[in-house]
Design a protein around this ligand. Structure first.
Ligand code: GLU
Length: 368
């Protein structure tokens, strides 16, 4: 594995929470720190938010825009401004940067996913620091990453990074919301992100950014399942990144999962956008979860959504809890007709001798 570091910095760290104005000192410090880390042999990718906030401030808007068109317009104004500041600060530290704007659909097709991977690899091998953001100006509502925490985890997974650092406006993940509860305790190390932790993570944050602790935990879940150590730490102290790459304890560290998901399955799980849900009977739940079996029509009780064969769907238990994701071999229309049926009945119903015997083959199935 290469020594690749992905750092995500949020709007709340880059801008003044009240006015939305860029904190240039923070950007300068970040550029200097990342340049110094690169000097020690690390490859570095920066995922930076701030386009919408900076654009809104330049346009004189009083708060973060809420309509899609206004957000996209603000991002178009802000992204260029943001990059021009990064260019100045990184150049002062003798670093070349590149702007990489991604949309969800860039990762949703396998060949485009691999193409993005190759482009990053080329930039990194040239010693460039790619600065990534969502292409907010053209991203279409349902096909967005939604927040840069998720985007940074997908980039870290795409590139098999060693370390993902989510810089934020608190020192890490706490046992309770540290702004509201004085007894909240910083959790320094996490081996497994439990459902309770996900529930406990409160949404919110400043008025200008999007995420919150729950998107950070979700990002940590994606990254650690891809074998990437993830750290949540305080963006007010970018220099602590130097300690962190040397393995010193900073913020909250989420250890990579021992059984890391292979690359193609990561694309299935995180690159694609799920189009529907299949509800499994208890027998199928055990077969899929514990016995690594493919999913057969007989084990499905109902479905939701409209999808085509080849689309990604969630596999859920009877209560709708997500157990896995996988590529489905039937359209929702065909599947509706064969739910709960045995293979012989299916051939009679659909009348095609070449029909796949599995609804989701285990090679195309990733446990959640
Ligand atoms: N892409 C958005 C921006 O540049 C930020 C998304 C986020 O805050 O996570 O403003």
């Amino acid at each position: 594995m290469t020594n690749l570091l992905v750092v995500k910095v949020g709007t709340s760290t880059l801008t003044d929470g009240r006015t939305g104005r860029l904190q240039l000192g923070r950007l300068a410090e970040l550029a200097q720190t990342l340049a110094a880390i690169q000097q020690t042999g690390w490859q570095v990718v920066l995922v930076s938010s701030g386009a919408i906030g900076v654009g809104a401030e330049r346009l004189g808007l009083k708060e973060r825009p809420t309509t899609v068109a206004l957000k996209q317009a603000a991002a178009a104004v802000g992204q260029g401004l943001l990059m021009s500041w990064y260019e100045q600060f990184f150049r002062a530290n003798h670093c070349t940067i590149a702007q990489v704007l991604l949309t969800r659909s860039d990762l949703a097709e396998r060949n485009r996913y691999l193409n993005a991977q190759r482009t990053f690899q080329a930039l990194l091998s040239l010693g460039v620091i790619p600065i990534v953001n969502e292409n907010d100006t053209v991203a279409v509502n349902e096909l967005t990453f939604g927040d840069n925490d998720t985007l940074s985890a997908l980039v870290a997974s795409l590139l098999s990074a060693r370390l993902l650092v989510l810089l934020t406006d608190v020192a890490g993940f706490y046992s309770a919301n540290p702004r509201l509860d004085p007894t909240a305790r910083l959790i320094t190390e996490v081996d497994r992100i439990s459902a309770e932790m996900l529930q406990q993570a409160t949404r919110g944050g400043s008025g200008w950014g999007t995420g919150g602790m729950s998107t950070k935990l979700e990002a940590a879940r994606i990254a650690t399942q891809s074998g990437v150590t993830t750290i949540i730490s305080d963006g007010a102290q970018p220099q602590s990144l130097r300690d962190l790459v040397q393995g010193k304890p900073v913020g909250t560290r989420f250890n990579p999962q021992p059984q890391c998901t292979p690359s193609r399955k990561r694309w299935i799980a995180y690159g694609l956008v799920p189009r529907g849900r299949l509800f499994l009977d208890p027998g199928a739940v055990v077969a899929v979860l514990n016995r690594q079996k493919s999913l057969l029509p007989a084990g499905i009780t109902q479905l939701e959504g409209e999808f085509q064969d080849g689309d990604l769907v969630y596999l859920c238990d009877s209560q709708g809890r997500e157990l896995a994701r996988g590529l489905v071999n039937y359209s929702s229309l065909d599947l509706q007709r064969i739910l709960g049926k045995q293979t012989t009945e299916i051939q009679q119903l659909l009348g095609d001798i070449e029909l796949p015997s599995t609804v989701v083959h285990r090679d195309n199935l990733v446990l959640s």
